[in-house]
Design a protein around this ligand. Structure first.
Ligand code: GUE
Length: 297
């Protein structure tokens, strides 16, 4: 079997189109412009590229984009003061603090100081708890993007066997919650899992989110399974140039899977599209306006 390629880039463009339509409606009907603030501490070049592309896409869908670039040695008190200011700013509906933060800053403390209603990353403990209990929450962007692609491809996920490889708070755990919410039988595997190959071989859906380049070989994949590759790893090729690869070995997995997301052009673009969708959702909720369908879990 040769897998159908799930085109995350095209799907993300569709999602952004939907977001843009709703943003226009908010402006016309309610004179409301959703605003997203992105906070970047330090000058990691990869983060800067990512923040720039978020800012550009935010403006393109008609929303307000604000970037705060802070010095790498910014104090915790100063960062918390900025978040407090953004929490109180009525023109800002979404706040994203780019992770990871420099070592001297307490990530949990910082994330939990964001108003949960503006926590468009869905990382605040209160959103984590709401998601875990099946209540309305802000849903983390990467898992939400994966869920949207799975629903689009399969329709219903009910009763499917799903294996999530990776147990991070930002992808693995929330992904498992979302799949459970859609009635999958969910296994969370990780670096200590015994017989990982056998666990993965049972899966109708494999979500790879470990951050290890090409670690899932094709012979772990059940014939016809759907493979969602969350990894974005920059590796050096033999000729000294670099390229982006995922957490699965694409060439061999593609031969066995029924469907697969590529890297780049898969989960990555959907993550940013979902960030915009979450900002729109947050703006609607903050103003008691009915939120659009199909843009959240
Ligand atoms: N609070 C917080 N929230 C995040 O969501 C967050 C974060 N911090 N820190 C950094 C990571 C990374 N991340 C990416 C999103 C999209 C692409 C993306 O669109 N990638 C393109 C390729 C880009 C390229 O060519 O380098 C693709 O996969 O096609 C990449 C990386 C979100 N992150």
């Amino acid at each position: 079997m040769t897998a159908q390629v799930i085109d995350g880039k095209a799907f993300a463009a569709e999602v952004r189109g939907k977001v843009a339509e709703h943003v226009k409606r908010l402006k016309d009907k309610h004179d409301l412009v959703p605003g997203l603030a992105v906070v970047l501490v330090g000058e990691d070049p990869a983060s800067q590229v990512y923040v720039r592309s978020k800012g550009k896409q935010t403006t393109e869908v008609g929303m307000k984009s604000v970037e705060h670039k802070l010095d790498v040695d910014t104090s915790e008190a100063d960062l918390l003061a900025l978040i407090d200011k953004l929490n109180k700013d009525e023109s800002i509906h979404g706040i994203l603090v780019q992770l990871p933060l420099p070592k001297h800053l307490d990530e949990d403390l910082v994330i939990n100081s964001i108003d949960p209603a503006k926590d468009v990353d869905g990382f605040h403990i209160s959103n984590v708890g709401l998601l875990g209990t099946g209540q309305k929450s802000m849903v983390p962007c990467t898992p939400l993007g994966c869920l949207m692609m799975l629903r689009e491809h399969h329709g219903s996920l009910s009763g499917m066997d799903a294996v999530v490889i990776g147990r991070s708070n930002i992808v693995g755990k929330p992904m498992a919650q979302l799949l459970l919410g859609d009635s999958c039988t969910v296994t969370i595997a990780h670096s200590r899992t015994k017989d990982l190959a056998d666990v993965v071989r049972r899966a109708d859906i494999v979500v790879a989110a470990v951050g290890r380049p090409e670690m899932v070989p094709g012979d772990w994949i059940k014939e016809g399974a759907t493979v969602i590759d969350v990894g974005i790893n920059r590796i050096e090729k033999d000729d000294g140039k670099t390229k982006l690869v995922g957490d699965v070995d694409y060439a061999s997995c593609e031969e066995r899977a029924g469907a697969i997301t590529p890297v780049p052009g898969g989960v990555g673009p959907m993550t940013i599209a979902c960030l915009l969708a979450n900002t729109l959702t947050a703006a609607c909720r903050a103003n008691g306006i009915e939120e659009p369908e199909g843009l959240t879990a």
